[in-house]
Design a protein around this ligand. Structure first.
Ligand code: PBG
Length: 330
């Protein structure tokens, strides 16, 4: 047989490869997650998440400016809260004077053009280390939603553009949407963690915030399996997506990303909302550890990881690699 079809012809040089390239990833697709601490002049490296830091607001402003020079305009922030400010209902989360909300005001003053994407969940503020309120060994859903709505309102008041509920309580998108609308924040969006799995890959994040479920004599669940999804389940993500769609989410997120590309693809095929994917801390830790060992090459493996998430169907990728990626392709 003579080969009339030779796919290699379309790979013969970079110009032809670039011409037919199906997936492109730019700074516009990326959200850079960053950690904030109270205080001044703080840049604390997170050992399990190399190249990422906890920033005090003064240095954070400079870092955000650096990132903007690379084309990044979308940022997601998480607070590292001191233990003594934590309590069972996470009340520090809706204290309008807390350092996290005050950082939003500072950032918006300097950079009105960026999008501030927030985190709504109790775990950074909870003395029990859960995303919801713990009562008699259970995470109570509806009472938690009341706190989440309060938190979202204060975030909107402080200048947040997109609210990011990462808690996986039932009905929280509706609770937050209604609360925002009642306060006149109709233009503030919700990026819902739609299909967030009870994953082993959040470890370095929990180190960064010291937010893991607490070991104690009290009856506190050791994992998040009663609210985050079972990694074995795919169809259940459609149920979560239906609910988020009806409740008014503006974006649907899948988390983690690389081990859940099938879920990303499924939501992209079934919904007309933008799909986001969170390339979580454990995914980065694996990549970085292998690169440090010399077993993988960072500058080729890193973009390949991000590209796979885009190719699967994610419009938006939340990744600790965002800055490195933009530096690499600049
Ligand atoms: C908790 C939250 C987690 C992450 C973001 N928000 C961890 C968890 O659910 O325990 C993980 C992000 C990452 O691993 O990068 N609300």
């Amino acid at each position: 047989m003579t080969m009339t079809r030779r796919p290699r012809r379309n790979r013969k040089n970079e110009a032809v490869r670039a011409m037919m390239r199906e997936t492109r990833l730019t700074a516009d697709n990326l959200v850079y997650p960053m950690f904030i601490v109270d205080g001044e002049n703080q840049k604390q490296e997170i050992s399990s998440l190399q190249g990422n830091y906890r920033w005090s607001v003064d240095l954070l402003v400079k870092e955000v400016e650096e990132c903007m020079k690379l084309g990044l305009r979308n940022f997601m922030f998480f607070p590292k809260v001191e233990e003594e400010l934590k309590d069972e209902i996470g009340s520090y989360s809706y204290d309008p004077d807390n350092f996290y909300l005050s950082a939003f005001r500072t950032l918006k003053k300097h950079f009105p053009e960026i999008n501030i994407i927030t985190d709504v969940a109790l775990d950074p503020y909870s003395s029990d280390g859960h995303d919801g309120i713990v009562k008699d060994g259970k995470i109570v859903n509806d009472e938690t939603n009341i706190v989440l709505a309060k938190m979202a309102i204060e975030q909107a008041r402080a200048g947040a553009d997109i609210i990011g509920p990462s808690d996986m309580m039932d009905g929280r998108v509706e609770a937050i949407r209604n609360a925002l609308d009642e306060e006149g924040f109709e233009d503030v969006s919700i990026m819902s963690y739609t299909a967030k799995y009870a994953s082993a890959f959040y470890g370095p994040f929990r180190d960064a915030l010291d937010s893991a479920p607490k070991e104690s004599s009290k009856d506190i669940p050791k994992d998040k399996k009663t609210y985050q999804m079972d990694p074995a389940n795919k169809r259940e993500a459609l149920l979560e997506a239906d609910l988020d769609y009806m409740e008014g989410a503006d974006f649907m997120m899948v988390k983690p990303a690389t081990f859940y590309l099938d879920i990303i693809h499924m939501l992209k095929s079934n919904y007309d909302l933008p799909i986001a994917a969170y390339n979580v801390s454990g995914e980065i830790a694996m990549l970085k550890a292998a690169c440090e060992k010399g077993w993988l090459d960072y500058n080729t493996a890193m973009p390949e990881m991000l590209l796979s998430i885009k190719r699967a169907g994610a419009d938006v990728i939340i990744s600790y690699l965002a800055k490195d990626y933009c530096e690499l392709v600049k």
